[in-house]
Write a protein that binds this ligand. Structure first.
Ligand code: HEM
Length: 415
C-alpha cells in the first residue's frame, strides 16, 4: 500500500516534466528514478517536447516491429529534421538505419554476410590478438597502483580496432576518429543544439572524405576487407550507389565503436557499483553471456530511437496512434519496465526475463549485436582473469548526450 501511495504522489508531474529532467545533465544522473516515475504514468505519453514518448516495454517492442512505424514520413520526408541544412543528417539519412524498405532491405542484405553468426565467430582470433596486446598495455600502465582510465585505455580502443580492421582502416589512424564519432552522435540526439549540429557536420564531412579516399584506394588495390567486398558488390551489379557505399562505410565504422565502448564502460561501472554481482561473476564466469545481457538492460548504451507512423497503429494496450506521428521509443526506459522486469533498478546478472531492447527490434535490429556481445564477453572475461582487484579511483564522467549513452572517463585502480 505504501508503495502505491508513493507512486500516486510522484505522478503529479506530467510525462513532459519528467522527460525534460531526463534531458538535463543533472537529471540524467538519476535516469533510473525518472524512468520509474514515467512507468507510473503508463507505457505511452503525449509530449509537447518530442511528440510521443514510448516508454513501456510492450509498447516499445510493438512499435519497433510494426511495419507502419518507419523512418520517413508519409510524404517521403526524412524523420530527421531540416535534413537539407546539415551534411551530417544527409549522410546518416542515406544509411540503412534511416531508410525504409525496399532500400533498407537492399542495403542491409549487402552487408549482412559480414555479420552472420559464423562470420562473427570467425573474428574471435583477431579480437583475441587485439585484446591481448591492449590488455598488456593496460596492465603495464596500471602497475604499482597507478590510476588508469578504462574508457581511453580499452573501452574505446578495442571496438575501433575491431571494426577498423574489418573495414581496412589502418591502426595508426584510428585514434584520430574518436572525437569525430562523438561529434557525429549529435545527429541522433533529440535536443542537439545548433553548435552540436555544426560539429556533427564538420565530423560528417571529414568521415565522408576519408572513406571516399579509402574507396578510391581500394578500387585500385583491393584487399581482403569489407570495404573491398562492398566496392565489388557495387561495381558488379550496381546495387549500391557511390553515395550509399560511402554512407554505409561511415555508418558501419561509427556504429561499430561508440556503442560497444559504452557497453564496456557502463557495464564495468555497473559491476563496480554492485560488488556482490561482480563477486558472483568472478566465482562463476560461465554466466558471462547472461551477465552481458543484464549490463545491456541495466544501463543501455543506446537510450532511444525514433519512428514516424505511416498509417494508424494500435499498441498492445489498445492505444491508437494516428498516421504521421513522431514517436521517441525510449529503449532505456523500456528495459526498466516493472511490468516486465522484477526489481528493474537492480543489477541481477542471472536475470532471465524478457530480452532487453538495447539492440532495438524488427527490421532495424542491430546488425552488429553479435559482434558487440562477443567483444563485451571477451573483454569482461579477460579483465576479471587478469585483475583480482578492480576499484573506482575517482568519480566517473558521463558524456553529454542521452541517445548514445556512456562515460567519457572511468578512472580505475587494478591489480
Ligand atoms: C542498429 C544498438 C553495436 C551496426 C542498431 C540499433 C540499435 C543499436 C538500438 C537500432 C536502431 C533503431 O532501430 O533505430 C547497438 C548497441 C551496440 C551496437 C547497443 C553495442 C553494444 C553495433 C556494432 C555494429 C553495429 C558493433 C557494427 C559493426 C549497426 C547497424 C545498424 C544498427 C548497421 C542498422 C541496422 C538497420 O537499420 O537495419 N544498433 N549497436 N552496431 N547497428 Fe548497432
Amino acid at each position: 500500500c505504501l508503495t502505491m501511495v508513493t507512486d500516486v504522489d510522484r505522478s503529479d508531474r506530467t510525462a513532459d516534466e519528467i522527460f525534460a529532467d531526463v534531458l538535463t545533465p543533472q537529471g540524467r544522473s538519476q535516469m533510473g528514478a525518472l524512468y520509474t516515475e514515467l512507468h507510473g504514468l503508463g507505457e505511452f505519453h503525449r509530449s509537447r517536447l518530442v511528440g510521443r514518448l514510448v516508454t513501456g516495454y510492450r509498447a516499445a517492442d510493438a512499435v519497433l516491429r510494426h511495419p507502419a512505424a518507419r523512418r520517413n514520413r508519409p510524404d517521403g520526408r526524412s524523420i530527421l529534421p531540416r535534413v537539407e541544412e546539415h551534411s551530417s543528417r544527409r549522410l546518416i539519412g542515406r544509411t540503412m538505419l534511416m531508410v525504409d524498405p525496399p532500400d533498407h532491405t537492399r542495403l542491409r542484405r549487402l552487408v549482412s554476410k559480414a555479420f552472420t553468426p559464423r562470420s562473427v565467430t570467425g573474428l574471435a582470433p583477431a579480437i583475441t590478438e587485439l585484446l591481448t596486446s591492449q590488455m598488456d598495455d593496460l596492465a603495464e600502465r596500471a602497475a604499482d597502483g597507478a590510476v588508469v582510465d578504462l574508457m581511453a585505455g580499452l573501452a574505446f580502443r578495442l571496438p575501433v580496432a575491431v571494426i577498423g580492421r574489418m573495414l581496412g582502416v589502418p591502426a595508426a589512424e584510428q585514434p584520430g576518429f574518436q572525437q569525430m564519432v562523438r561529434d557525429l552522435n549529435a545527429v541522433v540526439e533529440p535536443l542537439a543544439d545548433s553548435g552540436d549540429l555544426s560539429a556533427a557536420d564538420v565530423a560528417a564531412d571529414a568521415l565522408e572524405a576519408y572513406f571516399k579516399d579509402l574507396v578510391r584506394e581500394r578500387r585500385t588495390r583491393p584487399c581482403e576487407d569489407l570495404t573491398s567486398a562492398l566496392i565489388s558488390a557495387r561495381d558488379d551489379d550496381d546495387r549500391l550507389s557511390e553515395n550509399e557505399l560511402v554512407a554505409t562505410l561511415v555508418q558501419l565504422f561509427t556504429a561499430g565503436f561508440e556503442t560497444t565502448t559504452n557497453l564496456i564502460g557502463n557495464g564495468m561501472l555497473a559491476l563496480l557499483e554492485n560488488p556482490d554481482q561482480l563477486a558472483a561473476l568472478r566465482a562463476d564466469p560461465s554466466m558471462m553471456a547472461s551477465a552481458v545481457e543484464e549490463m545491456l538492460r541495466y544501463d543501455s548504451p543506446v537510450q532511444a530511437s525514433s519512428r514516424v507512423t505511416s498509417a494508424e497503429i494500435v499498441l498492445p494496450d489498445g492505444t491508437i496512434v494516428p498516421e504521421n506521428r513522431f514517436l521517441l521509443v525510449v529503449l532505456g526506459a523500456a528495459n526498466h519496465d516493472p511490468r516486465v522486469f522484477t526489481e528493474p533498478q537492480r543489477l541481477i546478472l542471472r536475470r532471465a526475463e524478457a530480452p532487453p531492447l538495447s539492440f532495438g527490434n524488427g527490421i532495424h535490429y542491430c546488425l552488429g549485436a553479435g559482434l558487440a556481445r562477443l567483444e563485451a564477453r571477451m573483454v569482461f572475461t579477460e579483465l576479471l582473469r587478469r585483475f583480482h582487484t578492480i576499484e573506482l579511483a575517482g568519480p566517473p564522467e558521463r558524456q553529454a548526450f542521452m541517445t548514445i549513452w556512456g562515460l567519457s572517463r572511468l578512472p580505475l585502480r587494478m591489480e
